[in-house]
Design a protein around this ligand. Structure first.
Ligand SMILES: Cc1cc2nc3c(=O)[nH]c(=O)nc-3n(C[C@H](O)[C@H](O)[C@H](O)COP(=O)(O)O)c2cc1C
Length: 309
């Protein structure tokens, strides 16, 4: 319940309880510390950290960012300082801000996911949930993304579930046709919810130099241009009624967020919008509350999945 408004914004995704449905997307909000200079990040449903691996990664060669019509391409390549660095340096600071934390992790193979989970186990009481970024390549299986291989989705989810007691969210890639099957396997493995969508593979080319704009040739497309694609994936996954969904992909304002909620997402992720307006998450929470108030709806749960027919 938002104090004084009489409107309930809290949502439950299985065991994951959020005071409002707005979370940040992994990789677009760092660990929340920088943004805390602009607003109180504890007002968010949760802060999802960037993805951490077992040891640090340098990421892809530059250039890594290219702005496109209605969005951006990034080829950061999952650069990060490693899970121990996060635990020792970021976690205490973000905890002291009072934010609920969803920790995103990724690995090259199922063994690396298990190694990270064992480290996370030591601090799991400080976290709301762990998000498995399964859009990353499975190095042992020729570099195909884990989320394109439903059996791998179940294997990794189950393995991490055996180590951790806190809820698991599985983040799936839109770059495959197996989202529904992967979500089913995530559920079988013990996941509490799924996040969709990660960025979509794209590229841009400089027609003067004939060279790709990104050092890695391709990158992930994000921002408003991908919203209709993300929304359709959320709609059909919600209709299949497998697991609660955190919907994301091109959400720039409260109207976009409401669209995802009525399409069946129980919560929404704000990503690229944070680069355009550092207060995007805060404004989206306020906008959803005003929308419900104007409509005379006293509980956000009443609109979730309303568009599904
Ligand atoms: C610069 C950048 C870095 C990202 N890094 C990650 C990451 O580390 N892990 C992850 O699961 N997704 C990552 N993503 C994908 C976002 O979390 C999100 O799924 C995607 O961008 C779609 O949402 P949006 O259009 O609102 O940005 C990244 C996206 C961007 C733009």
């Amino acid at each position: 319940m938002i104090e004084g408004s009489g409107i309930n914004l809290s949502v439950n995704l299985g065991r994951i309880k959020l005071k409002n449905p707005v979370v940040t997307c992994s990789g677009t909000f760092s660990s929340g510390l920088e943004y805390s200079e602009f607003y109180d990040v504890s007002i968010l449903g949760a802060v999802t950290t960037k993805s951490f691996s077992f040891v640090s990664r340098a990421g892809n060669p530059p250039p890594r960012i290219w702005e496109t019509t209605c969005g951006m391409l990034n080829s950061i390549g999952l650069q990060n300082e490693g899970i121990d660095f996060f635990i020792k340096n970021h976690l205490p600071k973000i905890k002291s801000l009072g934010a609920k934390i969803i920790l995103s992790i990724f690995g090259d193979d199922p063994g690396e996911f298990k190694k990270i989970a064992r480290e996370v186990k030591k601090v799991e009481s400080s976290l709301l949930a762990v998000e498995l970024n399964l859009s990353c390549p499975n190095v042992k299986e020729g570099g195909i993304a884990f989320s394109s291989m439903p059996a791998e989705v179940e294997k990794i989810t189950e393995a991490v579930c055996k180590i951790l007691e806190i809820p698991l969210i599985v983040k799936l890639s839109p770059n495959s046709d197996s989202i529904i099957e992967s979500a089913i396997r995530a559920k079988c493995g013990g996941a509490e919810a799924v996040s969709i969508i990660n960025s979509i593979v794209g590229t841009a080319i400089d027609i003067d130099t004939f060279k790709p704009r990104l050092g890695n040739v391709t990158g992930g497309m994000s921002g408003p241009a991908i919203k209709p694609i993300a929304l359709a994936k959320v709609y059909f996954l919600a209709k299949a009624d497998i697991l609660p969904i955190i919907g994301m992909g091109g959400i720039y304002d409260w109207r976009d967020a409401v669209e995802f909620l009525v399409a069946g997402a129980s919560a929404v992720g704000v990503g690229t919008a944070n680069f355009v307006d550092y207060e995007a998450g805060k404004k989206i929470i306020e906008g959803i509350r005003n929308y419900l108030s104007k409509k005379g709806i006293n509980d956000i749960n009443k609109i979730i999945g309303k568009a599904i027919c």
